[in-house]
Design a protein around this ligand. Structure first.
Ligand SMILES: CC(=O)N[C@H]1[C@@H](OP(=O)(O)OP(=O)(O)OC[C@H]2O[C@@H](n3ccc(=O)[nH]c3=O)[C@H](O)[C@@H]2O)O[C@H](CO)[C@@H](O)[C@@H]1O
Ligand SMILES: C=C(OP(=O)(O)O)C(=O)O
Length: 434
């Protein structure tokens, strides 16, 4: 298990380019299974989760070629069906959350699929009902073997139907869309997740020959087609990285320019940081954040304490709430952080409290942060990263803190943030891998 040693309190300066989006990568790389033709994807981040999925596809028989550092071509001509019965599949298939999205395409193309219960962060219950109930509506049958936590799904033929999803699950919507594109007839998916990464997936599928309409809304209509072909696709910049860097700049009083952010795809994210009092400017398609000594959290119009809560898109993403929470510890004012989706994502506040932050964990979903207005700086401590976003939040806290911090279990951070130590070093951070 590796760790980062960080000496905090140094302002950073410079430009940073966000990596391609992790969670979009996992969707569109899974979609290559829908065609026997070549699909080329660029702006792929070099991170653990994405590399694991690419390796898994390779093990399944997909011809995978790295054409440039961030560009791969994939050709799923023949899939080795025996691989799904192997121990290697049981072990690797469960190694990340995103692997669940191979099921929809496999079901669509081969009429059967299997998957071990997927991994990902331990941030509360992460049910898969939306995925499998959606497949069932399309005509599939599934079995879940609880003893080895393995799903088997099969369908003689998938047929279009009207589906009302139980919840607007991101990976669930992606999976059901991918199963429906080759189904016979028309499928509607209501209460669909509609975040930009899903829009990107649908646009890519349409370029491959699919007929999906309603993109960007929560009602998708999919006319099934016989076959899909190859395409080229470029990933959006990672909006969670962009938010993380805005938080980093504010906490460390740094002047940072985040390059090529595709601002129009960031939805409510910039506004949420603005309500925390953080100043930034849009320069072309870059976000420029000036060095700022203080930032003051807005209140609601009636003067009551601001709440920042997550919600399905176009609401605020749950993946940025930990970052918002950390930023608030050094702001002027107070905020209630309400993590509605995941019940175990706020426990990392204990570490921030040890660093000197003023936080009351009201219950597993809510924490009140009383900002210190930089009058008292956080102090460096030794800590472990519990999940990817808490890990980055602790990293930001450590970079702003007085003295030395050590963060262990950084593999959690590195499953989603590309070469993060090197990129922070380039901004002038004092960070070392130990
Ligand atoms: C690989 C990937 O893409 N992971 C993302 C994906 O995970 P994932 O697709 O697994 O997350 P889901 O969208 O299925 O659900 C996330 C959580 O929110 C709950 N929920 C969801 C929708 C809803 O309307 N009400 C509700 O309560 C679910 O029960 C679950 O506990 O989306 C999550 C929500 O944006 C992100 O945190 C993850 O980073
Ligand atoms: C929770 C996350 O990822 P995953 O769904 O892969 O666990 C995340 O990206 O914040």
């Amino acid at each position: 298990m590796s760790a980062f040693e960080i000496w905090g309190g140094k302002p950073l300066k410079g430009e940073i380019i966000p990596q391609g989006a992790k969670n979009e990568a996992l969707q569109v790389i899974s979609a290559v299974l829908l065609t026997e033709e070549k699909v080329t994807i660029s702006n792929i981040p070099d991170i653990k989760d994405v590399n694991k999925l690419i390796e898994l596809l390779g093990d399944m028989g997909v011809e995978t070629e790295r054409l440039a550092a961030d560009t791969y071509s994939f050709q799923a001509k023949n899939i080795d069906q025996d691989f799904f019965k192997s121990d290697a599949f049981k072990q690797k298939g469960g190694g990340l959350r995103g692997s669940i999205m191979i099921v929809g395409p496999l079901l669509a193309r081969y009429g059967k699929a299997a998957i071990p219960k997927p991994g990902g962060d331990k941030i509360g219950r992460r049910r898969l009902d939306t995925h499998f109930l959606g497949f069932e509506k399309l005509g599939a049958r599934f079995e879940y073997n609880a003893s080895d936590e393995f799903f088997d799904v099969d369908a003689t033929n998938l047929h279009g139907t009207d589906i009302l999803l139980e919840e607007a699950s991101v990976t669930g919507t992606a999976n059901v869309v991918m199963a429906a594109v080759l189904a016979k007839g028309t499928t509607t998916i209501y209460n669909a997740a509609c975040e930009p990464y899903l829009q990107q997936l649908c646009k890519m599928l349409n370029r491959m020959g699919a007929k999906i309409s309603g993109i960007k809304s929560n009602l998708l209509t999919i006319e099934g087609v016989e076959k899909l072909g190859g395409t080229e696709h470029r990933l959006l910049p990672d909006m969670i990285e962009i938010g993380s860097f805005i938080g980093l700049a504010a906490m460390t009083e740094s002047e940072i320019t985040i390059k090529n952010v595709c601002f129009q795809e960031l939805g409510i994210i910039p506004n949420t940081f603005a309500r925390l009092g953080i100043q930034f400017e849009l320069r072309g398609d870059d976000i420029y954040i000036p060095a700022q000594k203080h930032y003051e959290i807005d209140t609601f119009i009636d003067g009551s304490i601001l709440t920042v809560a997550d919600a399905p898109w176009p609401g605020f993403t749950p993946d940025l709430l930990s970052i918002v929470l950390v930023i608030a510890t050094q702001a002027k004012g107070s905020v209630l952080i309400h993590q509605k989706m995941f019940e175990s994502r706020l426990f990392f506040v204990d570490k921030l409290i040890d660093m000197g932050a003023q936080i009351i964990l009201c219950d597993p979903h809510r924490a009140t942060v009383i900002g210190l207005d930089k009058k008292v700086k956080l102090r460096g401590i030794e800590m472990t990263s519990p999940d990817i976003r808490a890990g980055v939040s602790l990293l930001i806290a450590a970079l702003s803190a007085k003295g030395k911090s050590v963060i262990s279990n950084i593999e959690q951070i590195e499953r989603g943030y590309q070469h993060i130590d090197q990129r922070l070093l380039a901004l002038g951070a004092d960070i070392k891998r130990i």
